[in-house]
Structure formats: structure tokens, C-alpha cells
Design a protein around this ligand. Structure first.
Ligand code: ADP
Length: 336
């Protein structure tokens, strides 16, 4: 297995009396990873520690094999890592090309490479003629795309993206998520996508780390975390449904009828193939076999409910705010 792209070992950060990160220990593999947590959980603090912008109060972090507390390693790290900050940090007197090229130069690119790549990444994020406009004329959507472009200019192996869809309208958000998905799944970049929005992570990442109040509450692949216990499978059949259900009973398989042709069947290990044969013998055909899963939202509500001091994450059916945001309550786990 390849080296973890991010390694945390008892990482702590306090601001005065406030412990923003409380002893994080974790190895993260390459690939697209979501860092999820409500506002104030410690996500930005973690990113700043990884970039060497802050010093840990205790513990260690390594990123792309480098120790960000060491100056010499920080320079090498900057070449391998791209950072899209949450804040605007754009220089109003510059235009888009000047900013991206200038930041490319700071990572050690030659003037020629920097200008070539600048135009490539501006094309990639869809900033057309606007690239020659002053940054004070940029809309929020244009600023977000420019921030992504500057993170990509030196073709880094790992991207740290801090709330990349902040302030975007639905169309802009969809475009940003498509770009992030492409970077992680087609271009094979590793990324740490920091967000308080579950759907953003669900659409773009393979793994998640959930933090709250500076502690890790849950981590794993989305595939693993959303798997239900007991292998309940939604099963649709055509043909003799009654005979199929009788055969399920005879085979001592637990099931619940959902509608005329659909039932939820609790499969034992390796029952999947057997179910096809059982259906054929009963004079039915399996039209659909879909393992049930928790939604990522349910996994989070559960993880946060079990984190220390969790009162604000309790289910609140009266909440009018979007349950896709981590600050809000949501119904407990149900099957899907
Ligand atoms: P997130 O990015 O998850 O919203 P942050 O890392 O920004 O969380 O903040 C974690 C905690 O640390 C919050 O309680 C925040 O108020 C506090 N905090 C962040 N930066 C500072 C700072 N520079 N000085 C004091 N407290 C800070």
C-alpha cells in the first residue's frame, strides 16, 4: 500500500484557553476525501496546520510526506499541494491571469510554464474573457473558480479545498462539484474537501472524516459507512410473486413486503446468487436487487449525536433549515 497522503499523530491546537483540535491521530490514504464538520469544528485549523500556516500546540502532522513545521520541507510541500482557501485573499489591482501566474511563480514554476499553465487552468475552470478583468469586478462565482485555478496551476498531487462551494448559486455549485469530481475521479488527484455540506462530499469523495469540537467522530469510506447491518436488500420480481415469497419462507429468509412486486429481503452472506436461482425455481424473475444503505446524512447525524456535547445535533423535526447542513437536526437512521 502507498504511504498515507496525510498523517496526524496526536495533533493539537489551542487558541488561548480554547482547544480547537484535541489530539487528532489518523492516517489518510490517497484519493478524494471529505473533511466534514459543523462550523467551528476545527476544519480550517487543521488545514492551516497541514500547510504550516499555524504551529501545532502538540503532536505532529505530515502531508505528502513532508513535515509542515520545518521550513525547508514547507517549500517542497508547496510544490506538491494546492490550496483553495475559504477567504477571498485576492488582490484587487490584479487581473485573473496575473494572479494565477504570480502564484504559480511562487511555487517555483518558470515564467514560461507559469503562463502556459495559467491559461490551461483558467480554461479548465471556465473563466473566459473574464480572466483579463480586474479582480474587484469578479462575482462570487468567478472568484471561487479563480481560487480553484490558482490551486491547480502547478499541477499538485494533493488539493486542500476549504468550503469551495461557499456563496455559489445552484448552477455555479453544480459546476464546481463537477470540476472537483473530475479532479478526484478522472485526473486521479488526492483531495481533502473541507465542507459543512453533506451533498458536496457525497458527490465528490470516496472517504470522509467527520470532526466535531476538535475530535474525530467518524472516519472511513462512504461505501463502508453507509452499509446497513444485516444486508437488507430491496428485491423486485416479475412473474409468480406469491411463489417467490413462499420460496423465501421455505429458505428461512426474512423478508418484508413493500408493494405488489417489491420486498425487502434480509440476505445471509453469499445469498445473492442463490436468490436468482430461488426466483427462477419459483417461476419468477429478479428484476432488481439493490442493497439498502444509510444515507451519508444519517451516518453523520449518528456520528455527531455520539460526539461529546452534542445537544445541538439532536433530531429536530420542527427545523425549517436544510438538513443537508451539519448544524441542523435530521431524522435518525432509516433504511434506503
Ligand atoms: P471550522 O473551519 O470547522 O469552522 P475553525 O478551525 O475555523 O473551524 O475553528 C475552530 C475553533 O477555533 C472555533 O471555535 C473558532 O472560533 C476557533 N478559532 C479559529 N481561529 C481562531 C483564532 N485565530 N483565534 C481564536 N480562536 C480561533
Amino acid at each position: 500500500m502507498s504511504e498515507p497522503i496525510i498523517q496526524l499523530d496526536g495533533l493539537e491546537k489551542s487558541y488561548g484557553a480554547l482547544r480547537a483540535l484535541d489530539g487528532l491521530s489518523l492516517d489518510l490514504p490517497e484519493g478524494p476525501i471529505g473533511l466534514l464538520g459543523p462550523n467551528g469544528a476545527g476544519k480550517s485549523t487543521l488545514i492551516k496546520l497541514l500547510l504550516g500556516q499555524l504551529e501545532p500546540s502538540a503532536g505532529r502532522a505530515r502531508i505528502a510526506g513532508f513535515d509542515p513545521t520545518r521550513r525547508a520541507e514547507r517549500l517542497a510541500l508547496r510544490r506538491r499541494v494546492g490550496y483553495m482557501p475559504e477567504s477571498d485573499c485576492l488582490i484587487p489591482d490584479m487581473n485573473g491571469v496575473e494572479l494565477v501566474r504570480g502564484l504559480g511563480r511562487l511555487t517555483g514554476m518558470t515564467p514560461r510554464d507559469a503562463i502556459t499553465r495559467t491559461h490551461e487552468v483558467l480554461d479548465y475552470v471556465g473563466l473566459e474573457e473574464a480572466r483579463y478583468r480586474g479582480l474587484d469586478e469578479y462575482s462570487t462565482g468567478m472568484k471561487q473558480r479563480l481560487k480553484l485555478a490558482q490551486a491547480l496551476v502547478h499541477d499538485p498531487q494533493l488539493l486542500l479545498l476549504d468550503e469551495p462551494t461557499n456563496g455559489l448559486d445552484p448552477k455555479g455549485r453544480k459546476h464546481m462539484l463537477e470540476l472537483i469530481h473530475d479532479l478526484g475521479h478522472v485526473q486521479g488527484k488526492s483531495l481533502l474537501l473541507c465542507s459543512h455540506l453533506l451533498p458536496d462530499v457525497e458527490r465528490t469523495c470516496e472517504r470522509v472524516v467527520v470532526i466535531d469540537k476538535g475530535k474525530i467522530c467518524s472516519t472511513g469510506s462512504i461505501e463502508e459507512l453507509t452499509r446497513t447491518e444485516g444486508s437488507w436488500t430491496r428485491t423486485e420480481v416479475d412473474g409468480d410473486v406469491a411463489a417467490f415469497r413462499a420460496a423465501l419462507t421455505a429458505a428461512e429468509l426474512e423478508f418484508e413486503v413493500e408493494s405488489t412486486f417489491v420486498q425487502r429481503v434480509r440476505l445471509r452472506e453469499a445469498d445473492g446468487d442463490g436468490l436468482f436461482e430461488l426466483a427462477v425455481r419459483a417461476g419468477a424473475v429478479l428484476v432488481q436487487l439493490a442493497p439498502e444503505r444509510w444515507t451519508l446524512e444519517e451516518v453523520f447525524v449518528d456520528a455527531l449525536a455520539n460526539s461529546p456535547g452534542n445537544a445541538r445535533f439532536q433530531p429536530d423535526s420542527n427545523s425549517a433549515r436544510s438538513s443537508a447542513e451539519l448544524e441542523t437536526g435530521a431524522p435518525g437512521k432509516g433504511r434506503h
